[in-house]
Structure formats: C-alpha cells, structure tokens
Design a protein around this ligand. Structure first.
Ligand SMILES: O=C(O)CCC(=O)C(=O)O
Length: 244
C-alpha cells in the first residue's frame, strides 16, 4: 500500500500547482496497482513472476538502461545509527581556481582506492553496520559490491549536482542506492533527448541503477521545503579490474 499521507501530500501539492507532484504520484499508485494485479493473477504469490523472493520493483526508465525502485525495501528507522557510525568528512572541490565545500558530508569504504570529484579516497574496510545492508543489496541485485559511497544531506540545502557514476574504475553494470531518513526528490535525465524522470526516494527504499550510466545522468537537487537529514549509501563494484 502506498503511504496514505504521502499520497495526500502529493495531491495537495498538485492542487497548489506543483508541476512535479503528479510525476511523483503516478509511479506510487502504479506500483500498488501492479502489486494487486500480480497477486490476483498468481493466487497471492508474485515469486514466480518476479523470478525470486524479492518483491518486484518499479522500472523508472523508458529505455537505455534500467533504474528499478523498491520502496519499503528495508524497515524505516536506521538513519540515526548510520549517522553515528559512519566516519563523515567535509570535502572540498576546486572550481575556477576557488575552493568550495561540497554541499553534503561524505565517506567512502571499499577494497580499492576510488577517485571521484578530483579526490582520491583510500581503501578501508566497511564498518560492521554496513555489512548486512550490503548483503541485502547484493541479494536484491544479484551482483556483488566491494565498496560504498556514503552521503549525508544535513538539510534541504545539501544536494548533489548532475553527474554520472562513470569513473573508469566503477563496474557500470549495477549500482545499488539505499536511502534513509527524510524523503528527497531524485532526478534522472537522458543525455540525448533531455527527458527527466523524477522520483521520491523514501526511508528504506532501494534504487538499482543497471546499465544506465552511459545514457542517463542523475542528481539530488536542493529543496526549499524544510527537511530533516537524509543518508544515501551507494554500493558499487570498484577496482582496477574494471578500468578500460
Ligand atoms: O543521494 C542520492 O540519492 C544520490 C547519490 C549519488 O548520486 C551518488 O552517490 O552518486
């Protein structure tokens, strides 16, 4: 069942003229209708159709790769534990000769070093708390991850600009993104025709990005809505073996 208060809030936002509200509402209702339809067809079980024990996710992309959303993949409520356990740091980027703090806190853990946004991140083991989360993501993806990039968005001013996860050391076949805490809007944009897909990433949701980095970029925009903190963990397979 979609969260009733989320549906009501989106309907109200639509009535108030928020042009993105319908785009967020439709996949939410569609996911639910699909689940009901499938359970009728299969007498209450959707395992066979789904090819496994995972409830089926919603495909967000019209083509050129997949982005599959599993809402309520994990029970809500892990935000505080992750915020306290992860070793967050404030990183900086240099743009046109000036240094700026990146608008979020980050941490990287993994088997191999990983360079992104011009900063090299040393290899270090995943903290205990993240191991069961990785195992759940691997089970859902049918893919193994050896690293995780953690992002902490402290409020609506924290964000992530348009980019692709396409550094040469990343295996582009699958990236698993888990969200905790406040719901935030996530956007995917096709690099060829500019189509944009909007989705709300809620506490405990899993987004699997599968073979879509070549054609789709993604972003987590700032919001003026008052929002609490959000943590995102993107599990990746990173390593020299993936270099072209
Ligand atoms: O916070 C998010 O959902 C997006 C994170 C992201 O784009 C990334 O880590 O590359």
């Amino acid at each position: 069942m979609p969260d009733r208060s989320e549906v009501t809030a989106l309907l109200a936002a639509h009535r108030d003229g928020d042009e993105h509200a319908l785009e967020l509402l439709i996949p939410l209702l569609y996911e639910d209708l699909r689940r009901i339809a499938r359970s009728h067809v299969r007498g209450g079980s959707n395992r066979l159709l789904d090819g496994g024990s995972m409830p089926e996710g919603v495909q967000l992309l019209p083509g050129d790769g997949s982005a599959v959303l599993h809402r309520r993949f994990l029970p809500p409520g892990s935000f505080e534990a992750l915020r306290d356990e992860v070793d967050w740091s404030q990183e900086h980027v240099r743009v046109f000769g000036r240094t700026h703090p990146v608008p979020r806190l980050v941490a990287f853990y993994g088997e191999h070093p990983y360079t992104y946004s011009g900063t090299e991140h040393a290899a270090r083991p995943l903290p205990e708390l993240l191991l069961p989360l990785r195992a759940r993501a691997e089970e859902a993806a049918g893919f193994q991850f050896n690293s995780v990039l953690c992002n902490l968005y402290r409020n609506g001013r924290d964000s992530m600009g348009w980019h692709r996860d396409n550094e040469p050391e990343i295996d582009p076949r699958c990236i698993a993104s888990l969200s905790f805490g406040a719901a935030r809007r996530f956007k995917l944009r096709h690099r060829g025709d500019g189509r944009v897909v909007n989705v709300e990433l809620t506490d405990g949701s899993l987004l699997l990005m599968i073979d879509c980095q070549e054609h789709w970029e993604h972003a987590l925009p700032k919001t003026t809505r008052p929002v609490n903190g959000r943590i995102n963990l993107t599990f990746r397979r990173v390593g020299p073996a993936n270099s072209a």
